[in-house]
Design a protein around this ligand. Sequence first.
Ligand code: NAD
Length: 464
Amino acid sequence: MATLTYTRIEDIPKIHATAREAFASGRTKSIAFRKAQIAQVGYLLKDNEQRIKDALKSDLGRPYLETELLDFAAVYGEVRMVYDKIDQWVKPQRIDFHFNWFPMGPKLVAEPKGVILNIAPFNVPVFLLLSPLVSAIAAGNGAVLKPSEQTPAFSQLIAELLPKYLDRELYAVINGGVAETTKMLELPWDHILYTGNGRIGRIIAAAAAKHLTPTTLELGGQNPVVVDPKMDVHLTAKRLLWGRFSNAGQICLAPEYVLVPAHFQDTLIEEMKKVYNTFYPDGPENSDSFARVVTTAHTQRIKKRLDETKGKIVLGGATDVEKRYIAPTVVRDVPVDDSLLTEEIFGPVLPIVPVKDVDEAISIIRSKDYPLAVYVFSNDPKFEEKVFSNTKSGAAVTNETVITAGVPGLPVGGIGPSGYGYYTGKHCFEQFTHWRVSLKNPGWVDKVAFGFRYPPYKPDYKKY
Ligand code: NAD
């Protein structure tokens, strides 16, 4: 494991103050400045792709292709889109025409909030740190990034690279664990974006409330999959195993459990076995296409839940805590109250829950917290509609998993316990923007319209 240098706690208020002073200098008002900084985020990535891939290989045993797909592609897409759209997004928003008000030119003006704090988790760290940074820059803010201490190689690297590419006063990295983050949360930020688990999300929200700081919480949950037996079983098996096993299952949008009609369970598992053998022909342990769990503690946690399951392991099942290895695993006949279904697994284990029909599947989903995504595998619009219209989630996706996060223009966001607010694209830009109300009323308006409002009031005033 690489070593990570933590930021000195006494330096944290200074970094915060420096970013605030730099913001107050007004240099982020220039759109040309913002565009240049956004482009620099792209260059940071482009110039250092190999070092970043190696860092994530060290931290997460992550195959290079997964880093390109999950992290790089999404950030490049974001840099390009925001760079192209920023001129349009910062334009004042006119309101609908109304005869009484139009002479005053009422509008909303996009102003930056100030300095944004972005606290990110370990699992997709490039995307989760840099994509919101692009939105923060686009909206004219300063930003302080707090990477996860669980990815020491990457977090050390980003602390080295960011000051080489971006304005050093406006944009900074603070590294550390609980003590450093707690210190950061004592300070008044202008918006906090936190991505991670819900337990810490509640700590962040409570700390932010002390300063009335607006907050975005991007949390986790258990994303269900409902399988229609009429669906192409090979495609279903392939996409589900890819979604669950990429990044060793450590993706917030990964499918967490599969609801399948009991009579179709054998067919689905047979197809999963075939797909599994094509994914890992020499076994997953020796494969270059399978990552590792981030820490031994998380590996132990996942192993314990596998040890306790009442379901039957049909694929994988091997574990090696010291090597942070959990084999890609599929478990069948998992009851709803099983150890694998109590909370998010966030690892490469896919439980299959047999159900009577789609109604039972819906009632299981409804018995749990709202997830980030509900997935349906079906070619029948009525089946799809039935599941989506009877459930709630951040996203409703058909015949696919995970990839919505990388689609430019589609934000990521939860609902209820899976979080609130959005990141990526225009939604994130707006979140980091203060829409300042603006109106300029010429003196002549009183002569033609609003003169009646001044005392002494007349009983026959004009009603609006
Ligand atoms: P993590 O352990 O890396 O922690 C996340 C951040 O919280 C880190 O920067 C860490 O330093 C900080 N932190 C830890 N303890 C803290 C404390 N007591 N006070 C303040 N800050 C503290 O990552 P994690 O939380 O295990 O992340 C995994 C979770 O994130 C999963 O639940 C996953 O579903 C969720 N997630 C959600 C999204 C989304 O878009 N909604 C994206 C990725 C991950």
